[in-house]
Ligand binder design. Structure first.
Ligand code: ATP
Length: 270
């Protein structure tokens, strides 16, 4: 499995809305490069075009300007070797955990002893070996997201796209999922593009962070994180981690996404 390489050159996306009478510029002049096997986060405020950029990379949506290249070739349709994990786990409630993981095998018509074995191994890897015959409603939110990750990894995707996969989880589960994902990323070696609003999550997980401005989304900064992987929660206490979080936070402050407490206390309506 050779992980996918991605480059976006001056990519823009304009949506036509209101029955064709108005347009929304979701993305403008986005440039980025993702090395094969890299873990990259797209980080930015709500509505800045993170999901749009992810959909352009996946081939589900076409750019209105610029180019999206996957392994050097322009993307015009969904790539077959992609795995996707969304904020909502989208598990099928009538399928068991194992059958949910095997969904991709059923769609690709290759359910066989080998894919079943791989599904069971993936479930064991994420600590769900005792739940393979349970149904989604019998699991916690974190467990369901783990099933979703196993399902996305079943066919050994060369690219894993994750759109705020932990957004609906409580803080402690989210921390554990980050640790688990760091290990999964290292072991699978696949290229991962991860959308998040969380600065600490992005710094914890990524090799590279692309910071996006508010709409129309532009890439305004990028940061390289070269800490060894897989990462553990205690690494968040390292001075280098704190420095990186501060640097990224300062970019958002300079963009006016975050305001200081002094600015907040002006006005006196409380
Ligand atoms: N299919 C669409 N048709 C029209 N406008 C769209 C469409 N998809 C996205 N947009 C608009 O494009 C902009 C960017 O949306 P997008 O979902 O990419 O942002 P985001 O950064 O992922 O947001 P969030 O963090 O809130 O999920 C928004 O203004 C949104 O309303």
């Amino acid at each position: 499995m050779k992980p996918i390489e991605i480059s976006c050159k001056n990519v823009g996306k304009v949506f036509t809305v209101a029955k064709g009478t108005e347009t929304v510029t979701a993305l403008e002049g986005a440039d980025l490069y993702i090395k094969p096997g890299e873990f990259v986060s797209l980080l930015g405020p709500s509505g800045c075009g993170k999901t749009t950029l992810l959909r352009l990379i996946s081939g589900l949506e076409e750019a209105t300007s610029g180019e999206v290249l996957v392994d050097g070739a322009p993307v015009h349709e969904p790539h077959p070797e992609i795995g996707v994990v969304f904020q909502n786990d989208l598990l099928m409630p009538w399928r068991t955990v194992l059958d949910n993981v095997l969904l991709q095998a059923d769609i690709r018509k290759n359910r066989n002893p080998e894919t079943r074995q791989r599904a069971l191994e993936l479930l064991e890897y994420v600590g769900l070996e005792d739940f393979s015959h349970n149904y989604p409603h019998q699991l916690s939110g974190g467990m369901r997201q783990r099933v979703g990750i196993c399902r996305a990894l079943l066919h050994r995707p060369r690219l894993l796209l994750m759109d705020e996969p932990f957004a609906a989880l409580d803080a402690m589960t989210r921390d554990q999922m980050s640790v688990d994902l760091s290990a999964v990323a290292k072991q699978s070696g696949t290229t991962i593009v991860f959308v998040t609003h969380s600065i600490t999550e992005a710094v914890f997980l990524s090799d590279q962070i692309y910071v996006m401005s508010a709409r129309p989304g532009r890439i305004v900064a990028d940061f390289e994180i070269d800490a060894p992987k897989p990462r553990e929660l205690r690494h968040r206490q390292d001075p280098s981690f704190a420095n990186k979080v501060t640097q990224v936070t300062e970019v958002f402050e300079s963009l006016g996404v975050f305001k200081g407490a002094a600015a907040q206390s002006e006005g006196g309506i409380l």
